[in-house]
Design a protein around this ligand. Structure first.
Ligand SMILES: NC(=O)c1ccc[n+]([C@@H]2O[C@H](COP(=O)([O-])OP(=O)(O)OC[C@H]3O[C@@H](n4cnc5c(N)ncnc54)[C@H](OP(=O)(O)O)[C@@H]3O)[C@@H](O)[C@H]2O)c1
Length: 256
């Protein structure tokens, strides 16, 4: 009984953006805990490679390419999940992007791209998968947010806006869907070593500034964020809903 609290055997999980970075590490962690995982991202060859690797490692994995910003692809993904594994117990909304600028420099297309990728796609996908999550009777949604949605960062206003909005979506859905047996939580990472921030971290001064603000004096590994996401999906977290867990090396509480 105690052991089962820390296992996801028999569960099915969809992780968006699961070919790189935090999403990839999360899919691997959920698979290692016993879940059947659905891999998805825009590049089909990366999806195939990741599914192959997971299967080689002895895990149950399926995958299909989809751009979560496109309604047609979201529907394709939904049909794939329904036809391949029939139900869904875990949805990790991980896809996110950024363009770093000062507010007055954003082109309207850039602004819409950030909102569509980070926020609208999350809302639409979660809405789409609701019937499957409800049918599970014991489901978990985890939204991958950012400390940028909780405080000012030098990463641009639209990114922070989308992550803050998703914090509230997490709270609203946790109450609205509690009676359906769906828990809804979030994680808010601080700088994590992934392709998303690879270029930015080449700036030595910027990197040093990050370390100066971080009590643990290092960046997160994608696997460390994945562990927090996986915890929120486990039966061990059965009484936790509506929360946003910062995975930030102490950044948020680091006053002077
Ligand atoms: N890394 C950090 O420091 C950090 C800090 C705080 C929060 N976060 C958040 O953590 C999440 C993951 O970030 P990451 O750093 O792991 O990102 P990443 O390294 O850029 O990986 C993003 C993943 O999402 C996929 N993807 C991107 N756009 C997509 C779309 N429109 N449709 C479907 N798949 C898409 C990518 O594959 P394709 O290119 O093939 O689509 C890739 O698999 C994001 O929400 C980000 O905001 C990251």
């Amino acid at each position: 009984m105690m052991e089962n609290k820390w296992k996801l055997n028999g569960k099915t999980a969809l992780v968006t953006g699961s070919t790189k970075g935090i999403g990839k590490a999360t899919a691997e962690e959920l698979a290692a805990l016993g879940a059947t995982v659905i891999i998805t991202a825009r590049h089909a060859e990366d999806v195939e490679k990741q599914v192959e690797q997971l299967r080689k490692d002895g895990f149950r994995a399926y995958g299909t390419a989809a751009d979560v910003t496109l309604e047609s692809d979201r529907l394709k993904l939904f049909r794939f999940v329904k036809n391949t594994v029939s139900g869904l117990d875990i949805l990790v909304n991980n896809v996110g992007t950024n363009i770093r600028k000062r507010m007055t420099d954003y082109l309207v297309e850039e602004y819409h791209h950030i909102l569509n990728t980070n926020m609208h796609s999350n809302f639409a996908l979660t809405q789409l998968f609701y019937p499957l999550l409800k049918a599970s009777k014991d489901a978990a949604v985890v939204n991958v947010l950012s400390v940028a949605g909780l405080t000012h960062l030098r990463s641009g206003a639209p990114y922070g806006m989308t992550k803050a909005a998703l914090t509230q979506l997490t709270r609203n859905l946790s109450v609205e869907w509690a009676s359906d047996g769906i828990r809804v939580n979030a994680v808010a990472p601080w700088y994590t070593k992934t392709p998303l921030v690879e270029q930015l971290l080449k700036d030595k001064k910027y990197y040093q500034d990050i370390l100066t603000r971080t009590p643990l004096k290092r960046l997160a590994e994608a696997e460390e964020v994945a562990s927090a996401i996986a915890f929120l999906c486990l039966p061990a977290a059965s009484y936790i809903t509506g929360q946003c867990l910062a995975v930030d090396g102490g950044f948020l509480i680091n006053g002077f």
